[in-house]
Design a protein around this ligand. Structure first.
Ligand code: PMP
Length: 361
């Protein structure tokens, strides 16, 4: 029996069906007589499973043949360094679009390796935050690539269109929105995402990289970070996090069964629209993001005071709602409503919000 509804930004809730399946096969995976995490990554059972999981991800995201899919470690933060180290080549400049906390962290890391052209795109219009559309980004013609983050997990700020720039490599940190809707992979040079939101447990990071960007790293790059080395070894240059890979594979099957990314987008939009609609009609709760940039994954909101925010979080936990406290840099609350969360669970949150407003408003 599940006792709580987990609104955490990550590690986040996993599909219930996936957890049940993992539990059922824990002690005897694929008739091997032991658990998947005790088996060699080089054994035929795991190797075959890893290939199938990779193919399932390719199918779901419709990844073209000229892209490699890597399952790496070190989280999205390792990619903040790996991206410039792998693809700068002899270039010394890269464009970094800053839309919020995580894209700024990516710029800060890249600055160790190159000149970073920081392009700030956040607008604050009387307290309402929005993002400049990509047509207005001031791109440097000589930059090696453009890096941006389509979903700022902390602020709840999102860019929904896949950007297009002629002859420019686009790199995107999809950590908190991968698999939430279809994307046009061929518009990107590299997409990366930590698993712990929409993919599986923490410990694994997916990197989807176009073939021509592989093999450009300098000699001194540690092999473990080198896309060419990882691609050559099918992401098994070192021992991969096999359990996280296994769980991610179960999540891919779950997405396929539910109808793929079109179905996911529909599910996610319905949940988000319902929650924003409730917040907007309330005089008690407030979300400060302009409609066109509202994330469908992370919904931050506040009550009329910090004291009430604190009480909200405490009361919520007594009602089985956990992980709802906002990030310390923005305060308030944040409901992360990733793929695994269903509509009824968001309805439950709204019912709690109504009740809280009634007794504290
Ligand atoms: N980018 C984004 C958009 C994130 O949400 C996060 C984690 N919340 C990170 C990067 C950092 O991820 P990791 O902890 O996997 O390095």
């Amino acid at each position: 029996m599940k006792k709580t509804i987990n609104f955490s930004a990550g590690p986040a809730m996993l599909p219930h069906e996936v957890l049940i399946q993992a539990q059922a096969e824990l002690l005897n995976w694929h008739q091997t007589g032991c658990s998947v995490m005790e088996l060699s990554h080089r054994g035929k059972d795991f190797e075959q499973y890893a290939l199938e999981a990779t193919q399932d991800l390719r199918d779901i995201l419709n990844i073209p043949d000229n892209y490699k899919v890597l399952f790496l470690q070190g989280g999205a933060r390792a990619q903040f360094a790996s991206v410039p180290l792998n693809i700068l080549s002899d270039n010394t400049t890269a464009d970094y679009i800053e839309s919020g906390y995580w894209s700024k962290c990516a710029s800060d890391e890249a600055e160790k390796y190159c000149h970073v052209n920081r392009i700030k795109i956040q607008n604050d219009n009387n307290g309402i935050l929005s993002l400049k559309p990509y047509e207005q980004w001031q791109i440097n013609p000589d930059s090696a690539y453009i890096h941006y983050c389509p979903n700022e997990t902390i602020e709840g700020l999102a860019i929904f269109d896949d950007p297009t720039f002629d002859n420019k490599t686009i790199v995107a940190d999809f950590s908190s929105c991968i698999l939430s809707k279809p994307i046009n992979i061929s518009q990107y040079g590299i997409i990366y995402a930590g698993a712990q939101k929409n993919i599986g447990p923490s410990g694994i990071t997916i990197v989807i990289v176009r073939d021509d960007l592989i093999g450009k790293a300098k000699q001194e790059l540690p092999s473990i970070l080198d896309y060419a080395v990882q691609a050559k070894h099918d992401s098994m240059f070192n021992t991969p996090p096999t359990f996280a890979w296994y769980m991610s594979g179960l999540v891919f099957k779950w997405i396929k069964q539910l109808g793929g990314l079109t179905a996911m987008e529909e599910r996610n939009r319905s949940k988000a629209e319902m929650l924003y609609r409730y917040i907007d009609q309330s005089d008690f709760y407030h979300n400060r993001i302009a409609t066109e940039n509202r994330s469908i994954m992370n919904v931050p909101f506040t009550s009329p005071s910090e004291d009430l925010d604190k009480r909200f979080v405490e009361k919520a936990s007594q009602h089985g709602i956990i992980g709802i406290k906002g990030h310390r840099i923005v305060g308030g609350m944040r409901a992360s409503i990733y793929n695994a969360m269903d509509l009824a669970e968001v309805e439950y949150l709204i019912e709690f919000m109504k009740e809280f407003e009634k007794t504290n408003g």
